[in-house]
Design a binder for this molecule. Sequence first.
Ligand SMILES: Nc1ncnc2c1ncn2[C@@H]1O[C@H](COP(=O)(O)OP(=O)(O)O)[C@@H](O)[C@H]1O
Ligand SMILES: [Mg+2]
Length: 339
Amino acid sequence: REELAQNLTQVRTENYQLRERLGIQSEIVGRSEAIVKINEEIARAAASKATVLIRGESGVGKELVARAVHYSSPRRDHTFVCLNCAALSEELLASELFGHEKGAFTGAYERKIGKFELAHQGTIMLDEIGEMSPGIQAKFLRVLEGHPFERLGGSKAIKVDVRVIAATNRDLEKEVAEGRFRRDLFFRLRVLEIVVPPLRKRVDDIPVLAYYFLNKFREETGRKIKGFTQRAMDRLVSYRWPGNVRELKNVIERAVVLCRGDAIDQEDLLLSSLNTAGDTADAMIESAYRPCSLAELEKAHIAATLKHTDWNKSRSAMILGIERSTLDRKIRRYGITRE
Ligand SMILES: Nc1ncnc2c1ncn2[C@@H]1O[C@H](COP(=O)(O)OP(=O)(O)O)[C@@H](O)[C@H]1O
Ligand SMILES: [Mg+2]
């Protein structure tokens, strides 16, 4: 535990140095190669005005990345606005984006300034862009190409200087192939692309994030919790995190409340068994039974675990519940190699 706490301090310093070097403003915690790469991509994106497409599952930190791009860019003193395209009906989304004049539609009692106008000289983030309806896609593409637009029900041409960041957890290539998303808009959006991998693919970040959130909620609640038991940490690292960092944050928040001792234990972690059922050993064996020896199964499982952790052997040993030296021996015995 102490080692992990020291680790956290070290990671904070590393993070800080990395930000200094890249000159970026970011609250992104993590030490995995993926995070290092993302920080570099943020620095590169911040320097240009190009449209950025951020991809990744829900809860991986896409909005955090978008904010980092904005606050590291020369536009940082202007507005950053974020709009979720999935949360609104087509008419409401259009009015949120482009604004409307009084009486433009039933319920439009006042003039409303749209997000594009509000974000003038700043940045607009359009979350869940895959949900945007075809009509709005067409209008949006024209704005992206630098054309002026009108408020709904208005006739005055409005021209804005806005940097656009779009985010999606959908397979946009598929949406394009199936005709639900405009191909030209897709290409226009992904001039720069930042992919944020799911948390289970960057297990190195899990202990760091767990301590980061523990600190946060410890400060908020004033509870004196030292850290995590080994069992709890093993569980955190081996869990699949279908809700990614958002879920981890919630789990730690609840654990801080539930915890009775001076360290968070396994019982304090409310992890959804529903979403992980497919990953338990029982389900693994049931779903795809084929006759094979225990040795074959062991070899395949070790190989899969190494692949999952990107050949991080100490992490793999932790997940497998064996010593690192034992893992090394088994790798040699089974002749498992990195592809
Ligand atoms: N690397 C990270 N470091 C710190 N907090 C993070 C990180 N990634 C995500 N979070 C937090 O997790 C939550 C979900 O992040 P968000 O950016 O909204 O995800 P997404 O937009 O991909 O669904 C937010 O509270 C965010 O602050
Ligand atoms: Mg989001």
